[in-house]
Structure formats: C-alpha cells, structure tokens
Design a protein around this ligand. Structure first.
Ligand SMILES: Cc1cc2nc3c(=O)[nH]c(=O)nc-3n(C[C@H](O)[C@H](O)[C@H](O)COP(=O)(O)O)c2cc1C
Length: 191
C-alpha cells in the first residue's frame, strides 16, 4: 500500500504519443465510484476525454504548477492524452459543497491510485478557465469542478521531507520534480 501511495505522485509531463483507451479511463472511474460519500449521495459525474481533438480543446484551459513560475506547462510532445472532467450534479447533492468536495478528493485519489497500477499518472487541476465548460456543454445542473489530466508519465518526481517548512515543489537542474512533504513528527500533535 505504501509503495503504491508513494508512486502516486502528480505528473505534469507525459508521453504525448501514448494512446489511452476510454475503457482504461472507465476502469479508473469505477474505482472512484466505490469510494466513501457523505450522506452517500455520490453527487459526482464524469466525462471521459480521450479523443485527440477533444484533448487538444481541453489543454489550453488548464493552469499548471503555480509555484513553477518560469514553466508554462507541458510542451506539445509532453501533453496529457486523456482527461476526466468531474461534474457536480446539483440535483444529486444533499449536503454541503464541502461534503461533496471531500467525496471528490476520495474518488479522485482512488482513480489516481488505479492509474499508477495501470502504468499511468495524472494531475488534478483546479486551475482551469471557466471557458472550458463551454467546450463540453452539459445540462445546467452539472457543474464542472475539477479536471484530472492523465497520461504515461515522462518526468521523474521524487518526494522529500520538508525543510524549514517550505512546502513549495521545485525542479532541479536535471528537471527532476521535488515534492516536499511535512515530516511525520511535525504533523503529529502531542498528547
Ligand atoms: C485539489 C487539488 C487541486 C490541484 N490543482 C492543481 C492545478 O490546478 N494545477 C497543477 O499543476 N497541480 C494541481 N494540483 C497538484 C498539486 O500541486 C500536487 O498534488 C502537490 O504539488 C503535491 O504533489 P503530489 O500530488 O505529487 O503529492 C492539485 C492537487 C489537488 C489535490
């Protein structure tokens, strides 16, 4: 379990020649479907995007790696080759938006763990432009809230312990992406 969780990193560079079938993405959504849900209302629905033309229409709306201010996002040969668009179904929502977001966190982590097992990787993207929704018209009660980019990873990502409480991820000269994680002793509250 620890091994697969450690391997399930955020990836932002992919092999743009790797074709991902819709059926592969469907299997990830199946993993998301099985997660916990506040009031069990399961208010999320998903649109699979694997077609190259559709992928090309998603990409320009995405914001990548806010801390890497000198990097504009993956170049053409490193772009994701599939996406999961996550829609909140307002008609299925019973509780608060906060509860729904907990659910999506659980579901998306299940999906990304499954992606790792399938030799894929991904990136949750909250920083997308409002215009993206118009590219994939849906009934009014469906609200696009998260994009999950997927692909065959083409970058090295390592986790490391936080020093000086600096949580900003960074890239070294070899383009290895470093993700600082707070140390166990710093997140454990003393009894
Ligand atoms: C809810 C959520 C939203 C995120 N939104 C973005 C985003 O808009 N763009 C991006 O490049 N990364 C985004 N990320 C990825 C985080 O930056 C990433 O999880 C963090 O740097 C830690 O890296 P790790 O996932 O490898 O542990 C998001 C992650 C989460 C959980």
């Amino acid at each position: 379990m620890k091994n697969i969780i450690e391997k399930t990193r955020t990836f932002r560079k992919f092999d743009a020649t790797a074709v991902i079938d819709a059926s592969t993405v469907e299997k990830l959504i199946e993993l998301g479907r099985l997660g916990g849900s506040a009031r069990n209302c399961q208010p999320w629905q998903y649109r699979i995007v694997t077609d190259a033309g559709e992928c090309a229409s998603v990409f320009p709306h995405l914001g990548w790696a806010g801390y890497l201010t000198d990097w504009k996002g993956p170049e053409e040969r490193q772009r994701p080759t599939a996406y999961i668009l996550c829609y909140l179904n307002r008609e299925w929502l019973k509780g608060s938006l906060q509860e729904a977001h907990f659910d999506l966190g659980i579901a998306s982590q299940n999906m990304l763990l499954g992606a790792t097992e399938a030799g894929l990787g991904g990136c949750r993207i909250l920083a997308f432009s409002k215009k993206l929704a118009a590219e994939f018209p849906q009934p009014e009660h469906l609200e696009l809230q998260l994009v999950i980019a997927l692909g065959v990873p083409a970058e090295k990502v390592v986790i490391e312990e936080c020093s000086d409480y600096n949580i900003k991820y960074w890239r070294d000269g070899n383009q290895t992406h470093h993700v600082p994680k707070r140390r166990l002793q710093d997140i454990l509250l003393q009894p």
